[in-house]
Design a protein around this ligand. Structure first.
Ligand code: MG
Length: 503
């Protein structure tokens, strides 16, 4: 069996090597490529994707997986072999269940949808995007049918991003979260003028911003000998291997938090990738347990660590150094309140941590209704606007700042949005875990001492890679599933103190 396992590993590692090359091309596309390169790049990427898919779905792999699965599980749930076979079997089954014609049709439809969306958003013209959204929904339904599900087609799609999660489990979680957040949002709105972000608005040299965020991520623990940070239109993290995990960030001349918290966010993703055990490289065990677990890492560093008062104590002298004269009179407390101002806003990616999850709930409810045919595509903008009014008391002026703002649906991704909220919830559970294991950790950022925090995350989360489903990982390490209370407690404590109301 050992030799057969080696044979399987060798075959599969070639697939990951090809995927790694694709990731380099995609990274280059978003960071360096001149616009003229688009056509050639698309051809290279699709050729690599076909090659990778063909190698991965080769029936020989299926036979080896079937032969080895029980043997591997016999070595114990925690063994490398057992985890390897579990993760590979799941991925392989999904890949072979999807007919190549559907995959091809999906990818063509999506590239047309993305082009149409880009233009439609510029013109704020939902009607121009509507036929593409219909096509994307139809293809997602066909995908769900091909993958199979018990209760809702949404489950099959959700499972692609958050393995094991179901709509039935998520609905009450999101409902409870919204119920807890709405009163907080109201109380903040009643005191909207009491917190200002003027300190972080103004004119900030963008190369100084890059120097600053390079310092910050290095201090957080990002290893520049196994990564690099560049600028891109939309920040992202990409793993070519355990030893090459790259991040990008975005600077905005008149708004300093964009770069700082964007970098802290991507750094959180990258620390997860760089913390993957070396032996997981080019195996199905590399990467995060799920999108939600990945997002828990990024949100933990971005919000719980970097938006804390101790972090602001450490950050302020760095800001004084990089932007001479600009922060001379500021106190850490003023900086802390400036980077934590909360206010209802139209755009999800610019939302603060209090309002953010309601943006997700809105999308979650809408995509289920659309997928199940309970909501007609042409009626979607109206429902979007009325939900915005209901959740935040504001309504978009046009579809560009409403239903057309996100690229996800154009990309064909239905069922992805909830992973952001799952990540936010888990990030607060991690903080609660640290409170138990390393009391006093919350003050460490004031000294720029992040290593004890990172080493805890390494031991409890990163070391497992994709060995367990996210639900199992949480249960093994923390004895619980995804919970709403730690996050709500965190939000209430932090914002009642900032805005001066009773929690
Ligand atoms: Mg993220």
């Amino acid at each position: 069996m050992k030799e057969k396992f080696q044979e399987l590993k060798k075959r599969v590692s070639e697939v990951y090597a090809i995927n790694s090359a694709s990731a380099v091309l995609s990274w280059d596309q978003q960071v360096n490529m001149p616009p003229g390169g688009a056509g050639a790049r698309a051809a290279s990427l699709s050729a690599l994707e076909e090659l990778s898919h063909a190698k991965f779905t080769d029936p020989g792999n299926g036979r080896l997986i079937a032969e080895l699965y029980d043997w591997a599980q016999g070595l114990g749930e925690d063994s490398f072999e057992a985890g390897y076979l579990r993760a590979l079997k799941r991925d392989h089954e999904k890949a072979v269940k999807l007919p190549p014609e559907l995959v091809g049709e999906f990818s063509r439809a999506v590239s047309e949808a993305v082009n149409a969306w880009t233009k439609a958003r510029e013109d704020s013209d939902f009607k121009a995007f509507a036929p593409h959204l219909r096509k994307v929904l139809d293809l997602n339904l066909r995908k769900a049918e091909a993958l199979g599900y018990k209760n809702s087609p949404y489950d099959a799609l959700l499972d692609l991003y958050e393995p094991g999660a179901t709509r039935a489990e998520l609905e009450p979680v999101l409902g409870k979260l919204a119920g807890g957040l709405k009163p907080v949002i109201k109380k903040i709105a009643a005191r909207a003028g009491s917190v200002s972000n003027a300190l972080v608005l103004g004119d900030f040299d963008e190369s100084a911003q890059m120097d600053l965020v390079n310092d910050i991520v290095q201090k957080l623990g990002y290893d520049f000998s196994r990564g690099r940070q560049d600028r891109s239109a939309h920040p992202f993290t990409t793993d070519f291997s355990v030893d090459d995990v790259r991040i990008t960030t975005r600077t905005q001349k008149d708004y300093l938090p964009m770069a700082i918290f964007g970098s802290a966010h991507e750094c959180g993703h990258a620390l997860y990738g760089q913390g993957t055990p070396k032996e997981f490289d080019f195996t199905p065990l590399a990467g995060g347990a799920s999108q939600g677990m990945h997002e828990s890492q990024s949100r933990f560093w971005e919000n719980i660590v970097a938006r804390s008062l101790p972090f602001c104590r450490w950050l302020l002298p760095l800001l004084r150094e990089r932007f001479p004269g600009r922060f001379d009179k500021a106190s850490p407390e003023l900086l802390y309140s400036a980077v934590n101002r909360s206010a209802p806003s139209m755009i999800r990616v610019e939302a603060d941590e209090v309002t953010y999850n309601l943006h997700i709930l809105l999308r979650f409810e809408m995509e289920i209704a659309l997928l199940e045919g309970k909501l007609k595509v042409q009626d979607a903008p109206e429902l979007w606007n009325s939900k915005m009014k209901d959740f935040f008391g504001i309504a978009p002026k046009n579809s560009a700042e409403g239903i057309l703002q996100d690229i996800h649906w154009a990309y064909g991704m239905i069922g992805y949005f909830p992973t952001y909220t799952i990540g936010n919830l888990i990030s607060a559970q991690l903080a609660a875990g640290l409170d138990k294991d390393r009391p006093g950790w919350r003050e460490l950022p004031a000294k720029g001492d992040f290593a004890p925090i990172l080493s805890w995350l390494r031991a409890r989360v990163h070391v497992h890679g994709r060995k367990y489903l996210p639900g199992r990982l949480l249960e093994k390490e923390f004895g619980e599933g995804v919970k709403v209370e730690p996050f709500l407690d965190y939000i209430k404590a932090k914002y009642s103190a900032l805005y001066g109301f009773k929690p």
